[in-house]
Design a protein around this ligand. Structure first.
Ligand SMILES: [Zn+2]
Length: 320
């Protein structure tokens, strides 16, 4: 029995896997928005305890726990620094050691994006492939690369597919630069654009749905609902995002010629298969070798990619 946690800026997702890597329990809690590292770590311990209850096992059954964390993660020392979307995480903090004390089993850390990519590669949509590009379509557009069976992160910052330039001098990206794919396809950038259009007098149901759901941000579920209602602005902004993803993802395929492209992330998972097919179609005119396109598939583990992938950090030697 091993555990996995995907620590995000808004939620903590935990899973318990049996020895054949089957999910036998899962739980979700909100990430604290106040306090500091010890509060976040207490919530993580609580979430994995909930997942053990869901699995019907005692938490002492866990032989190890893997964590996918945001920020700069040092897997060897178990220290997380620069986690800007976690509250009060201004100094380096020994997450692995502190969490291990609460859960009474060894804890291993990895980068949140990379563990999700590994999860899809080993246990999800990338099974059987030698090379893979993962595209996490959510608030931003993250990504990960596996080449010849191994993760490729370059000198540490590889796979940042969201910041591929698709238009010189184009829209302003949340990263501050211009013309990045994320400036058109990231949910945060799409929301900024939608607010701007509303200010110009354009009509949409997006913000009415948001208010009805008592949210302050346009979540993936809100975009899904607006598309379902055939909201013209939502359709236009999603069309624009898909065109951007088509150009950006095809460009990476032209360079790396990967076998499989996995589309996941909050928006990718919520919109699912029909939109993955639309991205595949949008890629076609940009593929240099169109007669041999990659397999373009939705993330098989859905929003559990990160938590399931984190369990792969637990070394097999720790398993009974
Ligand atoms: Zn950018």
């Amino acid at each position: 029995m091993k555990g996995g946690i995907d620590l995000g800026g808004t939620k903590v997702q935990a899973v318990v896997l049996d020895d054949r890597s089957k999910v036998v329990g899962q739980a979700k809690r909100s990430t604290p928005t106040e306090g500091g590292p010890t509060d976040v770590i207490a919530e993580m311990a609580g979430t994995i305890a909930d997942a053990c209850v869901d699995a019907g096992v005692d938490s002492s059954a866990l032989t190890g726990l893997g964590v996918g964390s945001p920020g700069a993660v040092d897997g060897d020392s178990g220290i997380v620094t620069e986690a800007r979307n976690l509250p009060g995480w201004d100094e380096p903090f020994p997450m692995a050691a502190a969490l291990s004390e609460l859960v009474h089993c060894p804890v291993r850390l990895g980068n949140d994006v990379q563990v999700a990519v590994d999860g899809e590669f080993v246990l999800g949509a990338g099974r059987g492939s030698r090379s893979l590009l993962a595209v996490w379509w959510g608030t931003g557009v993250g990504g990960g690369i596996i080449l010849d069976g191994k993760p490729w992160i370059g000198r540490g910052a590889g796979g940042e597919i969201g910041h591929i330039v698709i238009k010189l001098g184009g829209a302003r990206c949340p990263c501050g630069r211009r013309g990045c794919m994320e400036a058109y396809a990231g949910r945060a950038a799409m929301e900024t654009k939608a607010r701007k259009l509303v200010k110009q007098g354009k009509r949409t149901n997006l913000f009415r749905i948001m208010k009805n759901r008592e949210r302050t941000r346009l979540t993936s579920g809100i975009w899904y609902r607006a598309l379902d209602q055939k909201d013209a602005m939502a359709e236009k902004l999603i069309d624009r995002a898909i065109a951007a993803l088509g150009a950006g993802v095809a460009s990476v395929v032209n360079v790396l010629d990967v076998e499989t492209v996995v589309i996941g992330g909050g928006l990718g998972t919520r919109l699912g298969e029909p939109y993955v097919r639309r991205i595949e179609k949008a890629m076609r005119p940009h593929l240099f070798v169109p007669e041999r396109p990659p397999n373009v598939v939705p993330a098989a583990l859905g929003d559990l990619s990160g938590a399931i992938g984190a369990t792969l950090l637990v070394p097999p030697t720790l398993l009974q």
